[in-house]
Design a protein around this ligand. Structure first.
Ligand SMILES: Cc1cc2nc3c(=O)[nH]c(=O)nc-3n(C[C@H](O)[C@H](O)[C@H](O)COP(=O)(O)O)c2cc1C
Length: 170
């Protein structure tokens, strides 16, 4: 046990949501906006920090989506979606895409691929994917995406740590 580390002992096999959130919040992550195209061509997007690289050969990524999400039906096997990795300074954009509203892309510079998937002009990097599988895992769906195209630019990432957006120290 590290010095100063507070012991939190949940009953065996049980971690209450607050403790789990607090402990997992000690794991710094990047932040991404997942974009997809809903029926009638409506662009939808949501902020996630559950994104991770999964496999290089074949190229796979993974993220999780709350099962109660109104967009859960969009992420069925074969469906295209995009991952927009955010850059430092895009905390407001991350908050916008984490807040339910009719058109999150209104006024946000973006473009649409031929499948209608929206991509943010100012993202640090992007991956174009198709859902490989979407499996229930607790209160989330574990979504595995096959990467079909990708691009990156230079810059600093947006980082989520301890429940807040932070900058990486040089
Ligand atoms: C930093 C951050 C990370 C998040 N990560 C996830 C995530 O990994 N999966 C998820 O389903 N929601 C995540 N959320 C919450 C969604 O962004 C939020 O519920 C959003 O409103 C869902 O979009 P919708 O209301 O259009 O369905 C996160 C929110 C924030 C601020």
């Amino acid at each position: 046990m590290g010095a100063g580390m507070e012991t939190m002992k949940p009953p065996p096999g049980v971690a209450d949501p607050r403790s789990l959130r607090r402990v997992c919040g000690r794991f710094a992550t990047g932040v991404a906006v997942i974009g997809a195209c809903a029926p009638q061509g409506r662009a939808v997007g949501l902020t996630v920090n559950s994104f991770a690289s999964l496999s290089l050969e074949p190229p796979l990524i993974v993220w999780s989506l709350a099962r109660h999400s109104p967009n859960a039906a969009l992420f069925t096997p074969g469906a295209p979606f995009g991952v927009n990795i955010l850059r430092a300074g895009q905390g407001e954009l991350a908050r916008r895409f984490a807040t339910p509203q009719a058109d999150k892309f209104a006024g946000v510079p973006h473009w649409r691929c031929p499948h209608g998937v929206p991509y943010l002009d100012e993202a640090l990097a992007r991956l174009s994917c198709r859902v490989e599988r979407a499996d229930p895992a607790g209160d989330h769906l574990l979504i595995v995406g096959a990467v079909e195209d990708l691009a990156a630019s230079d810059g600093e990432p947006l980082v989520f740590y301890g429940g807040d957006f932070v900058r990486v120290a040089a």
